[in-house]
Write a new protein. Structure first.
Ligand SMILES: Nc1ncnc2c1ncn2[C@@H]1O[C@H](COP(=O)(O)O)[C@@H](O)[C@H]1O
Ligand SMILES: Nc1ncnc2c1ncn2[C@@H]1O[C@H](COP(=O)(O)O)[C@@H](O)[C@H]1O
Ligand SMILES: Nc1ncnc2c1ncn2[C@@H]1O[C@H](COP(=O)(O)O)[C@@H](O)[C@H]1O
Ligand code: NA
Ligand code: NA
Ligand code: NA
Lengths: 100, 310, 310, 310, 100, 100
């Protein structure tokens, strides 16, 4: 099978940002994204799905290193200061690399 | 005491004592959707019974009040409370706007007292939701950064609560009483039961907010306790000036004195990111909401009765 | 216009204007479960009032119609519309099958007109759901690949809608009117309110589908607009031949003219993977469903009345 | 047969035949919340009609029974069934405690028979839930490891079911019949419909458990079938000794013979981790619950009638 | 603690395939799987949990490299062409390696 | 952007343990966690979200290697024997490393 390595960018942040992030991610060149509802705790305290507006989402984006960097920088510049947000990167082997 | 308030107490106590009791978010959604539609439908049916013309001038007056209410709150927070501009604007927007839950409890209160009120209060509820939020944002940010005002407008005018309230109003207005009749079992007969469950969840949420009060400090408590009554008085006076019934005056006072926790937080989070959402939410849900349903409603009712020399 | 249709409009407008309004999936589930059970129970109660014997021959006729309905749709799509075999078969299966939501609106329409209909229409609803799906699959794939027909049968006969409709029918039939009486507040009195919420969500979904219409192109729009009426005529004629009441004939026409969006999509996705689910769903939800509840129902009612020289 | 039981059958059959039918967890939550509140409210209203004093001695007796019921079960499992201590204690706790779903079916059964029962049975339901769980844990672990008994108490006394039942009781007791009247459409009129949906889901769950019966082996089946009746007899005798009505005696027997599947599993999972939750759950949901609603309820009713020489 | 490295295979695909995948995964030798409801966007457009039949699931399988390859090849041969599906692999350190 | 590598600790276990784990994780020094509802299958059979008490949660913790080890050891000693639980570790690049 033809495989290739890509970056897996994971963002955990406030549910209120979902529609906004969805646009940003596409605009910055990623081919897609996967979103899961989440809850959790961090520097901004407990964020619980108990009440939608205060819950989290967990967004995954598979893309090449350049796109990943672009997205990270954009998020850092626009959301870091004011929103609950955690971002981390890892390497993954994707099938159908042409997709990403 | 009205049993629906006991449900709020139950939720609050359960929350404070960290019980595992929790309503699934989907259920909370359903309950608020039902409340919003019921209120809208009821208002629409009543409106369909009278010429809209009479309502327009009053509506205009209510809109204007909506734009003005945030100003005193902002001034107080900014210059007395020494709060930064972003948070002062955000909180002012919350208090200028309205709380559907509080309104629903008020309606139940009047019903249990057998007091009637004007049809178009539901319309006022819709009209009061948006203006204050816009003003609060302008107060926080100045007229600059117009760029995303389009998105903001979308956020405000297509938010869940507006769409359902306005939609309900329209449908009730078009279909009229007999048209809506078959919908009554779900939307009207079950109303108070739905409200009870809703308040149970509100109690749980309020408890969570109340626990956070310590960290938030005295300013939030003060705001939550002191803001409602003066604002409610503006509402009461306007209602009195309009010559509304005692019930209508009570509800208009309640609307003015209530604090948004659905529309405003969502809009503010996007429009004033630098404002700390915890502050406004704690004041609104942890202090003002309980204050209004326990102390406020009877107080505003007494005020309205007194205004009419009752 | 029936208010429940206004709820569909509300949802549709909210969806088109990209409002944030959304019903949680769990609530959509609950609403459809309630609708399916209500329809089943109502039918079952009525059936319990009459000897089953009389119903059997008609049921057989309805089954046969169910097997035949997809054929003309398939032919038209394949040879007029030049659509590939897989998609033609899948869409044909959708149109041969039925839509519970459409049926419910039709029932509400007749109720508001005070028109009665035969008990066993609910039974016909159940009987019409499956055959067309099987035929559609055969049309798309030929008789080959029998291998997983077991799984397919499971998919079809144990799908949510069949189980709840049939289950409701049985329970209503066994328990009878007086047995079901205590269940009426939830399943019958609240029926129309539940339907209103359901249509609100349908409107949101339909809006999403309608937005996709551009990409799907004219063929889908044409299918969605042209398929229902001819199919409905077959239903109407069969009902007339059976000597059903005007109401019953209307509903049978409506069933024939309606297009599945619950059972069929699920089954087709597994049985005809190469068919593009977006095509059939857009035609069904984005075009045919709105067409039927706005234009179709009154049209089929007029047709039925005309057939009986009314 | 009561239609609500047919809903259980429908769910069970659907589950056994691996239908896709599933109620979303959020809906199951909503249904159980409604059931718990309805039962609590109803009990509370009745209690508000009579001096509490009379109820206290009986309540004490019921509490004591709650502490004793697990002992015979534990002994039988440990020394006859040769089950390890942890599992024996856990299962004993389940059977000593009560099942709200079973109680609700019993209430519906009596209602359909037009048999009345004492107000405070709902109170007994609350009182019987906790003691057996504590005893079961002590049996499994001895008095050692007191350390996290605090957390356990929290787990037990602030668990969802207790809070809602007790809360409902209080609210009903404070507000009284006329206060609760506006809540009736949702909490009382819809009760049986809610119960029907709840049992539909219970049937699906029970089917899942029943499928696991093979692996669990004969001991679980034996426990599930043999435990209820003797326990129910204790309850019946106590009710008879109290001089309760036939209906009240039936329900007390049913409570004693029922097996917890909400409160107990949650508590045991934390307090007796080494006990296999599958064992107790299969016995409770896969065997005893169906046994009680099909065989048990009529049996205990006959027993009660016989005790009073009826 | 005894640890060992395994492959973490993640599949994002249509909810309609859940029961089928669950069987396949076990049949091809994995000891288990974890499923989470998801929504997202990709080459087949937006797939939103708003309507169950059109939502996604995110499936994780921890297994050895051979099993992972077997599963990947099976999915490629049976689902790639006709279903919305994204697959990626990464290395993880598992505790209790004997389990996988 | 200043990045750094951390450990991503993922725990899949019984929903009943949520509140307990949340405390443990914080006590052992992690700055936060992210929780997602899950269902799945493993050595203890199918665990389905269909019924809350029998469903799973998927917990992610980003932390340094020491904390990760501490948490793993604690979980091993306290939950392994009696609870359905799977744990795995991977390396991730985090932004704002000072947070973790
Ligand atoms: N150390 C961590 N490990 C895993 N998730 C975290 C961690 N810290 C924060 N999060 C998640 O990221 C969200 C926002 O974090 P924060 O901006 O620190 O409040 C939290 O609500 C958690 O869901
Ligand atoms: N680049 C990506 N990053 C993360 N998830 C993706 C990506 N592309 C697709 N997906 C997910 O995989 C699903 C199917 O993708 P596709 O087959 O491309 O439609 C989408 O609905 C997304 O949830
Ligand atoms: N091989 C696996 N891959 C992914 N998830 C797994 C695997 N094995 C177990 N799990 C998850 O971990 C939970 C507990 O596993 P167990 O303790 O083996 O029953 C299961 O319910 C699954 O959700
Ligand atoms: Na206000
Ligand atoms: Na049709
Ligand atoms: Na018992």
């Amino acid at each position: 099978m033809d495989k290739d390595t890509r970056k897996l960018l994971t963002i955990v942040t406030e549910a209120a940002l979902e529609s906004e992030l969805a646009q940003v991610i596409r605009r910055l060149g990623a081919s897609g994204y996967t979103i899961v509802d989440a809850r959790g705790r961090g520097s901004r305290g407990v964020r619980d799905a108990g009440w939608s507006s205060s819950s989290n989402i967990r967004v995954e984006v598979i893309c090449d290193i350049e796109t990943a960097t672009r997205i990270c920088e954009y998020l850092r510049d626009h959301y870091y200061r004011n929103y609950a947000m955690v971002i981390y990167l890892s390497d993954v082997t994707v099938l159908r690399p042409e997709k990403f | 005491m009205d049993p629906v308030i006991l449900f709020f107490l139950l939720g609050f106590i359960a929350g404070i004592s960290r019980s595992e009791l929790r309503l699934p978010p989907a259920i909370y959604e359903l309950l608020s959707i039902l409340l919003l539609l019921s209120i809208g439908l009821k208002g629409g049916i009543e409106l369909s019974r009278q010429p809209l013309g009479d309502v327009l001038p009053q509506s205009l007056g209510v809109l204007i009040m909506g734009f003005l209410l945030p100003l005193p709150v902002f001034a107080a927070l900014r210059f007395v409370g020494r709060l930064d501009r972003a948070n002062a604007g955000s909180i002012a927007g919350h208090y200028g706007s309205v709380s559907v839950g509080t309104y629903a409890v008020g309606v139940a209160y009047l019903a249990s007292k057998g007091v009637t009120y004007e049809a178009h209060l539901a319309l006022f509820l819709v009209l009061l939701e948006m203006p204050a939020i816009v003003v609060g944002i302008l107060l926080a940010r100045g007229i600059g950064r117009r760029s995303d005002f389009g998105r903001l407008a979308h956020e405000i005018f297509l938010g869940k609560s507006i769409v359902l309230l306005l939609g309900g109003l329209m449908i009730g207005w078009i279909a009229g009483a007999e048209g809506i009749a078959p919908l009554e079992p779900l939307f009207f007969d079950a109303f108070k039961g739905v409200l009870a469950l809703f308040l149970l969840e509100m109690g749980l949420i309020a408890a969570g907010q109340a626990r956070a009060l310590r960290e938030r400090g005295p300013l939030i408590i003060a705001t939550g306790l002191l803001a409602p009554v003066p604002l409610a008085c503006c509402g009461a006076l306007l209602g009195w000036w309009f010559g509304l019934s005692v019930g209508g005056t009570t509800l208009l006072a309640l609307l003015a004195g209530s604090c948004s926790y659905i529309a405003a937080p969502a809009a503010m989070r996007i429009a004033i990111p630098e404002a700390n959402p915890a502050l406004s939410l704690t004041a609104s849900l942890g202090v003002t909401f309980p204050f209004n349903i326990f102390v406020g409603i009877p107080l505003y009712f007494a005020l309205a009765t007194w205004l009419y020399g009752g």
